[in-house]
Design a protein around this ligand. Structure first.
Ligand code: AMP
Length: 207
């Protein structure tokens, strides 16, 4: 099962993705983490994206799509993927659909963490104190939020039209949010299994 965790910066996507990897063995694919790793390694890619990331802008679709493609290849056979911070543009979403389709997979569920913009700045300030991420400052954050509203939020109707979108309250505490996400996943999983079992078999209780 492949899940996109959706929401603005500091909505809690990374935290929830980590819980899902622990509880369900899914593989977390965070383009932000991949880009930060490229920076720490001092690679050409890292050097290329450093300034863009610190400013709070999006790196090119081409770069992140290539990173995801590489990870899908490396982790072929995983029980599921959690996309965290990807896709962030309609172009990326379309590329992901193609990439997964090539492997007989699809985005099964998009879970939006609904949050209030006013609490995000507080979270980012706290994260800066804990992790020292350069883009967790008020100026970059404003740009990141602006980019989210302009380039990423248009993905909501894209996935809603496909019937994949669900929402949970991202303002609740971590455990409550993770329980809400688990409920969404389990309901969708049951729905998919029901479709796989022919109606008459379900009716007579045969599997
Ligand atoms: P994140 O950790 O997801 O907040 O990402 C940190 C930064 O990495 C973003 O502000 C962007 O500069 C870059 N980035 C991460 N994921 C993407 C993406 N899918 N598309 C473009 N830029 C990205």
């Amino acid at each position: 099962m492949n899940i996109v965790l959706f929401g603005p910066p500091a909505a809690g996507k990374g935290t929830q993705a980590k819980i899902l990897t622990k509880e369900r063995g899914f593989i977390q694919l965070s383009t932000g983490d991949m880009l930060r790793a490229a920076r720490s390694s001092g690679s050409e890619l890292g050097k290329k994206v450093a300034g863009i990331m610190d400013r709070g802008d999006l790196v090119s679709d081409e770069i992140v799509i290539a990173l995801i493609e590489e990870q899908l290849e490396t982790n072929a056979g995983a029980p599921g993927f959690i996309f965290d911070g990807f896709p962030r543009t309609v172009e990326q979403a379309k590329a992901l659909d193609v990439s997964l389709a090539k492997r007989d997979m699809a985005v099964d569920s998009v879970i939006r963490l609904r949050v209030d913009d006013n609490v995000l700045l507080g979270r980012v300030t706290k994260r800066f104190a804990e992790e020292g991420r350069k883009d967790d400052n008020p100026e970059s954050f404003k740009i990141r939020l602006g980019n989210y509203n302009k380039q990423t939020a248009p993905l909501l109707p894209y996935y809603a039209e496909k019937g994949r979108l669900s929402e949970v309250d991202g303002l609740a505490d971590i455990e409550t949010v993770s329980k809400s996400i688990a409920t969404v996943i389990d309901m969708q999983k049951t729905g998919r299994d029901m479709v796989k079992i022919p109606f008459w078999k379900r009716l007579f209780g045969r599997r």
